[in-house]
Design a protein around this ligand. Structure first.
Ligand SMILES: [Zn+2]
Length: 836
């Protein structure tokens, strides 16, 4: 209880509460507000209006900018925030205390601004929204806050925002130039959309590969809002977009969630109509892929929505639209501010219904009413240990429950695509669908998500057993989960031995191995399986013996055990170099492993997300140095300093320059190794030296011949007519030659995420068909019917030997958004094993 004097003082200071304009010294929209100033304003308001605003720092970005959440509600709610939070988790059946919740609870509305850094107007709007909620003169918002807790994340992606804002401020004149030809409307590579590592944070909600998402989702799962809005911007000529969303909806989206999106949309329309603003609904922005800022909240029981203002990266402070109007940052911010308040208003007016339906969502979840499959069983194959461990981390991040089990059952076998019998063994993982996160379980595990034949914004398959390359069953029987899985921590104790062997099975073993390489430890790997001391080792197993490592004398084994312990993998002692089966360790079939100096082409012309995926993988997952070289500097490369050059998805002009491309091929012939991904493969395939050739599209020639009327298309169906020849990201089973170094550590198949219709002819000579699609091998996701016929009997992954060097062709993205876990080892093989 505050003393009367203090109370009076605090009332006085609130009455003086500065608007963003008063605080910043300029009107919102007239300048860009850098992130630190947005933070300053939030800190100022939290200090001045402490009774109604709590500010919490929840993390830090790669570039060390702070991440904040502001909690705004009535003084009464604000002083009870923690009990509101706990009660809300009880409503969701997530609270560990299992106590009955109160259903007369405030509704929680979470507003996330500026996830795409160069969609800048929303963080400006966040300051206006905060002020409107706290401004003592605004009686209306005080009414709403009686039954509403508003959570504001003023900027999800500060590094991206400041990259844009700092650049814009450096190129704009004393007043802005509305001509869209002006340089201030042409953002340079890589743009501010993504985070530091060029990751799109609005694709990362479920996977949480990035530090911003990981830290935010810890908070999200502790709060579980009833309403969530993700603020964006789109092309400058598009009117404002708000809910209801577009088809396809995932079938897991409930009728209430669909209906309430309409309620919210109508409330927004009221304000937009009053101001004469244009808007659209029900188009483009679908609800399917689970890792967006609208779908993820939906699959977690909230009304999740995307709002899109026109303007986007090209808008600057003001820009001329196609209709000849000037759209300003102020306009854009005001629109987002309007939908912010309208969302809070409509949520407050419907608070009781939102809470009731939220409760129902989670009661249905725990009673096993969600989805046709009741249990998912993941077999604990020893060779899958690293990928299983990664999967469990993903389930933990999403608060999905799992455990062990026993007994027999029947279910959809992800490998065979058929209904098969299974026996649950010790260590197998059981995920029962009856749990609070039942909808997430369904969406992430179901073998085939239902999708009407429609255009979608993103990939259509992400079933986890394919992503992680695991043996698994989806069963319609409910199998109870028993004891929890123990995450065992490997503690290797090194004793003196002839040597040690590290199994090559995933990112963790690769990380341990490259840490040792980096420190100058001499390593070898076997191209054949072998058995020693009763232990069997697969191809690619890495061997460390004392020979060649004399300089480390008695610290060698400590270095090995440290590297293995840090990666949580086992080092296996051997007492002899003479094998029981296979080739002895002194054989020529056991190769020394070279320290690879790796370069990555990046910059203008290269796909920024693709380059970012490789950059991030080396820095954050492997901990191995990589030199980033701008593709435009190709002619200045010091070739002697590079062993491996990585060409991510991109457009490589040097290939059409005779001098540069001659240097390139000369370097390969002298022992250089190229790893080409996605479209880089297509470009290399056009070089006269390449043994890989793009499959010719024969569909176009035959389509009119069979039925001439097929050529007649209706104008209004123009978007749909594209569908038969597209694959918006679906899963194919690839047959692989796992005797080739590119495929060490894999069984004889791999599930690939196919993003386009590209496929190559089998290599006829001077190369290896390491991964091919044979007949009818699509296992999940949506593929247009024309494409289905085409995507067979072709090459996806191949290697060309060239002089003393090699070119590895990875035509599908094996590092997709860094969550396609099973592709990462193939990438490591391409860099560290191929051509050794
Ligand atoms: Zn966006």
């Amino acid at each position: 209880m505050l003393s009367p004097v203090l109370l009076l003082l605090s009332f006085f200071s609130i009455a003086q509460l500065k608007s963003p304009e008063d605080f910043l010294g300029y009107k919102i929209g007239s300048r860009y507000t850098p992130h630190w100033k947005i933070v300053s304003y939030f800190q100022y308001v939290a200090q001045t209006a402490a009774a109604t605003v709590k500010l919490q720092q929840y993390g830090e970005t790669n570039e060390h900018r702070p991440l904040y959440l502001a909690f705004i509600s009535s003084p009464e709610n604000t002083s009870n925030l923690e009990s509101i939070r706990v009660n809300n988790l009880r409503l969701a059946n997530i609270a560990k205390d299992k106590m009955m919740p109160s259903e007369t609870a405030p509704v929680i509305v979470w507003l996330s601004y500026n996830v795409h850094g160069n969609e800048t107007s929303s963080s400006e709007a966040a300051m206006l929204t905060l002020f409107a909620l706290v401004d003592p003169k605004n009686v209306q918002t005080k009414e709403w806050l009686k039954n509403t807790v508003v959570i504001i994340d003023p900027c999800i992606n500060p590094d991206g925002r400041d990259r844009y804002v700092n650049w814009f401020n450096s190129v704009v004149g004393s007043s802005y130039d509305p001509s869209t030809d002006a340089r201030e409307h042409r953002e340079p590579w890589p743009g501010g959309r993504t985070n530091h590592y060029n990751f799109d944070l609005n694709r990362d909600w479920a996977w949480q590969t990035q530090v911003e998402s990981r830290q935010r989702m810890i908070q999200y799962n502790q709060w579980m809002p009833q309403v969530h809005v993700d603020y964006h911007e789109q092309g400058i000529n598009s009117p404002y977009y708000f809910a209801p969303a577009a088809q396809p909806f995932h079938e897991a989206v409930t009728q209430w969630q669909r209906d309430f999106q309409v309620t919210i949309g109508k409330n927004h329309a009221k304000y937009f109509d009053k101001n004469g603003w244009l808007y659209f609904t029900k188009e483009i922005f679908d609800l399917f892929y689970p890792s967006y800022g609208d779908t993820y909240p939906i699959y977690n029981g909230a009304i999740g929505m995307t709002y899109e203002q026109g303007g986007g990266p090209a808008g600057g402070l003001g820009a001329e639209t196609g209709e000849g109007d000037t759209l300003t940052l102020y306009d854009r911010a005001i629109h987002h501010y309007t939908t912010s308040l309208s969302t809070i208003e409509v949520s407050s007016l419907n608070a009781a219904a939102l809470i009731k339906e939220f409760r129902k969502f989670f009661n249905n979840a725990v009673s096993g009413m969600i989805g046709e499959y009741k249990t998912y069983v993941i077999k604990n194959n020893p060779a899958d240990a690293e990928r299983i461990s990664s999967l469990l981390k993903l389930l933990d991040k999403n608060a999905i429950e799992y455990g062990t089990g026993s007994g027999n059952g029947k279910g959809f076998n992800y490998s065979t695509g058929k209904e098969d019998a299974f026996t649950i063994a010790t260590g197998d993982i059981i995920v029962n669908a009856a749990q609070p996160k039942a909808t997430m379980v369904k969406v992430l595990f179901e073998p085939q998500s239902k999708l009407v034949d429609s255009i979608t914004y993103d990939i259509t398959s992400w079933a986890l057993p394919y992503v992680y390359g695991l043996t698994a069953y989806a069963s319609k029987q409910s199998i109870n989960t028993g004891a929890g899985i123990l995450h065992d921590t490997v503690r290797n104790v090194s004793t003196d031995a002839y040597g040690y062997v590290i199994r090559w099975q995933g990112t963790s073993s690769a990380r341990a191995v490259v840490q040792l390489l980096k420190q100058g430890v001499k390593l070898r790997f076997s191209e054949r399986p072998f058995e020693i001391n009763g232990q069997s080792f697969a191809r690619g197993s890495v061997i460390i013996i004392k020979k060649g490592n004399e300089k480390f004398s008695n610290t060698l084994w400590q270095m090995v055990s440290k590297a293995c312990n840090e990666s949580n993998i086992r080092m296996n002692a051997i007492t002899t170099g003479m094998v029981d089966k296979g080739y002895d360790l002194g054989s020529a079939k056991v190769h020394p492993m070279k320290v690879m100096k790796v370069a990555l082409l990046t910059g203008e012309g290269v796909g920024s997300n693709a380059a970012g995926e490789v950059w991030y993988f080396f820095e954050k997952e492997l901990g191995y140095p990589v030199t980033l070289i701008n593709a435009n500097d190709f002619s200045r490369v010091k070739w002697n300093d590079i062993d491996v050059m990585i060409l991510p998805d991109g457009n490589y002009r040097f290939l059409s320059d005779k001098t540069s491309s001659d240097q390139f091929t000369q370097w390969i012939r002298n022992g250089g190794h190229v790893v080409a991904l996605e479209s880089a493969v297509a470009q290399l395939s056009k070089q006269d030296w390449s043994v890989v050739h793009l499959r010719k599209d024969d569909e176009k020639d035959t389509i009119g011949k069979k039925d001439p009327y097929l050529l007649l298309k209706s104008f209004e169906n123009r978007e749909k007519d594209e569908i038969p020849a597209t694959t918006p990201g679906s899963v194919f089973k690839v047959d692989i030659d796992n005797s080739h170094p590119l495929m060490y550590g894999y069984p004889n198949y791999y599930y690939t995420l196919k993003m386009d219709n590209t496929i190559y002819d089998f290599i006829k000579e001077d190369g290896w068909n390491a991964g091919v699609i044979k007949k009818d091998n699509q296992v999940s996701g949506f593929v247009g019917f024309k494409l289905k016929k085409k995507l067979k009997d072709g090459l996806v992954f191949g290697v060309q030997d060239m002089g003393r060097g090699s070119v590895t062709y990875l035509s599908d993205n094996v590092l997709f958004r860094n969550f396609w876990e099973n592709g990462k080892l193939m990438f490591c093989n391409a860099v560290f094993m191929v051509g050794q």
